[in-house]
Design a protein around this ligand. Structure first.
Ligand SMILES: Nc1ncnc2c1ncn2[C@@H]1O[C@H](COP(=O)(O)OP(=O)(O)OP(=O)(O)O)[C@@H](O)[C@H]1O
Length: 247
């Protein structure tokens, strides 16, 4: 995916300003920066979640496989299937574990029971949750721990086989062990998916990402290989932020 000169406003307030950023295939791109700098706005614009906020409006382009996601022929539902999203706070539906994962497939019209069961199992395995839930698929998802619920949401996002996964601080509400599991999972998922992740946690960005983009006051200050951003950034503002001098 790629944004070109993307400016997004809420009403007249500019939240991100002329951001041009490539999110390369099968890599993890971390979006970092102080609170309010526009990371989530940028992330949400990649699958047009901002369309749901009436005051938001944009200029510039976002491309997925070379086609504008705002193209007239683009079906937003299909776009969101191709570009899935996992939120900060896990948000399982008040349904069984099985039904949470099956949901998108049912909406997509899948009726075959055997195939449904196979796809649910594959997604739960892919989200490293299968071993913990295989004996309780018909229990409520709300009975899972926070970390398990978040992996369930990742399984739900994966079930419809997206190409890109957007993650908005997916581990910020989790304890260190659950966080480590999510980070391990992200590492495995990048073999199959293109991932963009917003994180406030510098160590996490350094651990999980291949590339890091530093945002400041709505602007993309710089983006590069994660190691370079953390050890040898081009911009003073990036250095100050990654070394903890502000933010
Ligand atoms: N729905 C909205 N309506 C109006 N302004 C908004 C809305 N959402 C975000 N903003 C504003 O846009 C700017 C960017 O917000 P955004 O949430 O993208 O930043 P962020 O870097 O993700 O912050 P945080 O790290 O605190 O989540 C902020 O000034 C914020 O107040």
């Amino acid at each position: 995916m790629e944004s070109r000169e993307l400016t997004l406003r809420y009403g007249t307030k500019v939240a991100i300003n002329k951001v041009s950023l490539a999110i390369p295939e099968r890599q993890v791109t971390a979006l970092i920066g102080p609170s309010g700098c526009g990371k989530s706005t940028f992330l949400r614009s990649l699958n047009r979640m901002n369309d749901l906020i009436p005051s938001s409006n944009h200029t510039g382009t976002i491309l997925l496989d070379g086609t504008s996601i705002h193209d007239r022929n683009v079906d937003v539902v299909d776009l969101r299937r191709r570009v899935g999203m996992v939120f900060q706070k896990s948000n399982p539906f008040p349904k069984t574990i099985f039904e949470n994962v099956a949901y998108g497939l049912r909406v997509g019209g899948l009726k075959d029971k055997a195939e449904m069961a196979a796809r649910v199992e594959k997604s739960l395995k892919g989200a490293a949750l299968w071993d913990e839930v295989q004996d309780r698929l018909n229990d409520s998802a709300l009975g899972l721990s926070g970390g398990q619920q978040q992996r369930l949401c990742i399984a739900r996002a994966m079930a419809v086989e997206p190409e890109v996964l957007l993650m908005d601080e997916p581990a910020s509400a989790l304890d260190p062990i659950a966080t480590a599991k999510i980070e391990e999972l992200i590492h495995e998922l990048k073999a199959t998916y293109t991932i963009a992740i917003v994180t406030h946690n510098m160590q996490q960005a350094a651990r999980v990402s291949d590339r890091t983009a530093f945002f400041y006051m709505g602007e993309l200050v710089e983006c590069g290989p994660t190691e370079q951003i953390f050890t040898n950034p081009h911009e003073k503002r990036t250095e100050d932020y990654v070394t903890g001098k502000f933010g």
